[in-house]
Ligand binder design. Structure first.
Ligand code: XUL
Ligand code: CO
Length: 437
């Protein structure tokens, strides 16, 4: 069966095209800075938003009736796999990502649930033999079912901890079976709502124990995917333990886990944390911890995770600049953790949304590559910190200064002269690149 019969394979038609079902900027084989766009961008479709989200929100029921919704249970799960590989092929995306419970429904017992998963994994494995689309990452949904109401690895209930361990164990086996490049830990309900009933230290220690067990098990079965932590400051809990990249990296170092994980940075999570997307990418990058990206955008007027498709050129340009400076994303990718709005309820909207996101990132890549080639920020920043390249500044940087030498220097120094930061001039230059490249 064809699920998206109104849509043919999406091809690049260039910026002048009037065809909404064509790429205007994403030209997969075009070379940019020595690599194809496809290699740079490593786009991925999120199974949950694209194949299970139904448009419901806290105020209203579902709006998105999909062709596979004529089925129920395992039949629907199988229909979703067929629809998924049709969409991947038509969109020509190299990757996809899923939670265990996106691909197969829970059964009455863990055993039944795993048997449901096994059926779908077998089916996906068949598709993966011939499909160009590969698995970027999988993860465990340990937040929807009521058993996780107190958390998973940070629950107060050891039985739930054990259940979560069993689920991630299966997830790692799944990742190995399907050849996933990464395994993601987003801290679903790993956080707290009130300290009045929370043993903060035990919960954090247990989270670290859980991660160590995952590292050990991955080694045991030979799963070589990259482990990723996806920070988020709040939602569903009031305080999520992986609040932002700096918090997550400090946690990893505290518990000697830093060598086994990188960050999966999500744009909307960054802004929820009061940071820019670029900040979260930069802080991860300079620590050698930038692993992958959940590509979306939030809404500054709304205080929650709206998971919109990324259409803001400014943001994608600065994001691609960080990614280029990182030497690429390695095993990671740009995963569209994004959904069409509730009002965009037709199946074609899934294509319009992905095309918009892919084009916006492709354009961002080109502008960022030109900025990098011209060394725009490198020159500005290099000059701004000139004082650390000679004299007392060089002594500081090279470790040849202490409070005695610095005091002696400050006492004899001439009046201090500062230079302008030139933010407005720089933003003007950036706009020129955005408009002209
Ligand atoms: C939730 C979120 C998740 C993770 C995967 O905000 O971003 O979908 O990406 O669990
Ligand atoms: Co995400």
């Amino acid at each position: 069966m064809e699920y998206f019969s109104g849509v043919k394979k999406i091809i690049y038609e260039g910026p002048k095209s009037q065809n909404s079902l064509a790429f205007k900027y994403y030209n997969p084989q075009e070379l940019v800075a020595g690599k194809t766009m496809e290699e740079h961008l490593r786009f991925s479709v999120a199974y949950w938003h694209t194949f299970t989200h139904d448009g419901s929100d806290p105020f209203g029921s579902e709006t998105m009736l999909r062709p596979w919704d004529t089925y129920r249970g395992m039949d629907r799960a199988k229909a979703r796999v067929e629809a998924a590989f049709e969409l991947f092929d038509k969109l020509d995306v190299p990757f996809f990502a899923f939670h265990d419970r996106d691909i197969a429904p829970e059964g009455a017992t863990l055993e039944e649930t795993n048997a449901n998963l096994d059926q779908i994994i077998t089916m996906m494995k068949e598709y993966l033999k011939t499909s160009k689309t590969k698995l970027l990452w999988n993860t465990a949904n340990m937040f929807t079912h009521p058993r996780f109401l107190h958390g998973a690895a940070t629950t107060c209930n050891a039985d739930v901890f054990a259940y979560a361990a069993a689920q991630v164990k299966k997830g790692l086996e799944t990742g190995k079976e399907l050849g996933a490049d990464n395994y993601v830990f987003w801290g679903g309900r790993e956080g707290y709502v009130t300290l009045l009933n929370t043993d903060l230290k035990l919960e954090l220690d247990n989270l670290a124990r859980f991660f160590h067990m995952a590292v050990t098990y991955a080694k045991e079965i030979g799963f070589t995917g990259q482990f990723l932590i996806e920070p988020k400051p709040k939602e569903p809990t009031k305080h999520q333990y992986d609040f932002d990249a700096q918090t997550a990296m400090a946690f990893l170092r505290n518990y000697n886990l830093q060598d086994y994980f990188k960050m999966n940075i999500e744009a909307n999570h960054a802004t929820l944390a009061g940071h820019t997307f670029q900040h979260e990418l930069r802080i991860s990058r300079i620590n050698g911890m930038l692993g992958s990206v959940d590509a979306n955008q939030g809404d500054m007027l709304l205080g929650w995770d709206t998971d919109e498709f990324p259409t803001d050129l400014y943001e994608t340009t600065l994001a691609m600049y960080e990614i280029l400076q990182n030497g690429g994303l390695g095993k990671g990718g740009l995963n569209f953790d994004a959904k069409p709005r509730r009002e965009s309820f037709e199946p074609e909207d899934l294509f319009y949304a992905h095309i918009a996101g892919m084009d916006t990132f492709a354009r961002g890549l080109k502008v960022a590559a030109q900025l990098k080639e011209d060394q725009v920020f490198e020159n500005i920043i290099g000059e701004r910190y000139n004082s650390f390249k000679e004299g007392i500044g060089l002594a500081i940087v090279e470790g040849n200064a202490d409070f005695h030498t610095l005091e002696a220097y400050a006492l004899q120094n001439k009046p201090i002269v500062n230079q302008s930061g030139r933010q407005e001039q720089i933003k003007g230059i950036l706009n020129q690149y955005l408009l002209e490249v």
